[in-house]
Design a binder for this molecule. Structure first.
Ligand code: HEM
Ligand code: HEM
Length: 181
């Protein structure tokens, strides 16, 4: 059964489903939550609450959550099945995206995404979230946030470094490729 906050809001905590969808599938720049590891989801909620990760909507929501709510919500979304997500049509260079995803770009010191996010982009363990079947525009928004210096909560600045070495065109290409997996 869904925790009460998923479908009904309470005070400053708007219902999660109102933005993340009934099945936790996300939309556009709002991420899919369904099927992502509990530890990763919990870390993100804590980071929004502490201000380590910036986003007006999510900081407002997360600051209204008790630690027990965060754990319950993260555990709930982690157990939901991964919903099928249609990738919007785009002019992204998917061949370039695939090359970056599988091999990286060693001339620019960029490691392959699969070395941390899994051979199919399915995510690995607690720390490395999935890229496959995530919202394409959300992936691009996060890579852009790291490149632009607006997201700082990645351990050891791993993602800050990777995103800073790639062009926005490359970030777009790899986002649309990964989302399609
Ligand atoms: C991001 C959980 C409510 C909009 C996230 C993330 C989590 C989360 C864990 C990060 C996911 C990731 O890094 O892959 C929740 C929970 C909610 C809730 C448990 C209910 C208690 C909402 C609401 C809105 C919203 C009501 C819209 C008003 C967003 C957006 C992002 C996000 C736009 C991306 C933030 C960014 O660009 O950094 N949410 N959320 N969420 N959520 Fe929520
Ligand atoms: C998170 C993309 C390579 C480690 C993320 C996220 C994206 C992303 C979009 C955010 C997901 C979300 O918010 O749900 C990529 C791409 C890569 C790449 C496109 C290849 C060009 C790597 C590599 C590592 C890595 C090689 C490890 C050395 C991480 C970690 C996080 C993350 C630890 C979680 C950050 C946090 O806790 O907030 N990546 N990634 N990534 N990535 Fe990557």
């Amino acid at each position: 059964d869904a925790p009460v906050l998923v479908h009904s809001g309470q005070g400053s905590v708007w219902s999660c489903a109102s933005c993340h969808g009934e099945a936790g599938e996300g939309a556009g720049i709002t991420p899919r939550l369904a099927g992502i590891s509990e530890a990763y989801l919990l870390k993100q909620l804590e980071d929004f609450a502490s201000g380590a990760r910036l986003n007006e909507s999510m900081q407002y929501v997360a600051r209204g959550l008790q630690p027990a709510d965060m754990k319950e919500l993260a555990s709930y979304y982690a157990k939901l099945p991964v919903p099928a997500i249609a990738v919007p049509s785009s002019d992204a260079d998917l061949a370039r995206g695939q090359a970056l995803f599988q091999k990286g770009d060693w001339k620019q010191n960029v490691p392959a995404c699969i070395s941390c996010h899994g051979s199919q982009g399915e995510g690995v363990g607690a720390a490395f979230p999935p890229l496959a079947a995530q919202q394409a525009d959300y992936l691009f928004s996060q890579l852009s946030a790291w490149k632009g210096g607006h997201r700082h909560n990645s351990p050891q600045t791993l993602m800050d470094d990777i995103a800073s070495r790639l062009s926005y065109e490359d970030l777009y290409a790899v986002s649309y490729y990964a989302a399609s997996l």
